[in-house]
Design a protein around this ligand. Sequence first.
Ligand SMILES: *Cc1c(COP(=O)(O)O)cnc(C)c1O
Length: 349
Amino acid sequence: MSPFRPNIVAMDGYTPGEQPQAGKFIKLNTNENPYPPPPGIRRAIEEVLDRGLQRYPDPMANSFRLRAAEVLELPGKDWILAGNGSDDILTICTRAFVGPGELLRLPYPSYILYRSLAQLQDARWEEVKFNADWSLPAAFGNPAEGLKLVFLPNPNSPTGTMISREAILEFAERLPCPLLIDEAYVDFADFNCMDLVAKNEKIMVSRTLSKSYGLAGLRFGYIVAQPHFIEQLIKVKDSYNCDSLSIAAATAALGDQAWLAENRANSIATRKRLTAGLSQLGFSVIPSQSNFVWCIHPRHPAKPLYEQLKQNRILVRYMNYPGWSDGLRISVGTDEQIEALLTLLKTMV
Ligand SMILES: *Cc1c(COP(=O)(O)O)cnc(C)c1O
């Protein structure tokens, strides 16, 4: 007899993309930023080290909250909760809203982690398939027995597509529960939903510094919700869920909006080249609002392509979504990395 709860034994556990610790790879598999982060984070981290690490960090990361309220033009820091990466935020929300046997809704195909979070709670989950044009059916906003939380990544992963602000507002109006818009990739997109949080208390928006700020190794994310929501979420988080170094670096990074604008422009320009290059090689590519693209080739199965690329030291993400498709999710690297990828693919397809 296993001493573990049956739902833990039954689940597979979330498998992140490969992070090879040795050898030289062109790494296009986990949507990291290929460029160094905002330069100001170095001094911010050094200042913390000079003060010493004997003391616990500010449990609420208030320096970050104040900076974020200013940059995001929010009424105040009480609209923000910081987390140890936005995965921490997603965990906090699932624990706060969804009890055993209750229901979590998510679109399909989307971020695999959501399902693991439901399994950890011994909750049920319901996947609503995207329409062929990457909109969502009206059923995504329908009430359902036990429905307690809805996740919507926008832009979505692995497709890079987006649901409109109008549709999101309409879903939120009909849903009986909070709707968390996961904006992990929104800095690469044409629009965002931040201002909808004030329009409907059910709408919450999470973001991360892992992708657009080039700080995946730092672990910092946050959620924006109405203050009476944040007040409850605070009770669920670990007491010191963000460390002093990450709070200081994240605060400095968010303060450098000029850096973000330049990085965003670079990524979007390279995304265009990647999309055009793959299309030219016969791939069908979903137009992306993110820092990755999803592609399949009508004549070449995705898995062997992934394996052949890996043998040649280029890592992309092979993903298989039963009932939809398998394919390759390729992160937008530097122009040089994308050039190397396209050159190699040309010899394979
Ligand atoms: C990368 C990612 C996250 C989590 O990012 P963190 O590194 O934990 O901040 C959340 N949602 C989606 C859809 C992602 O792709």
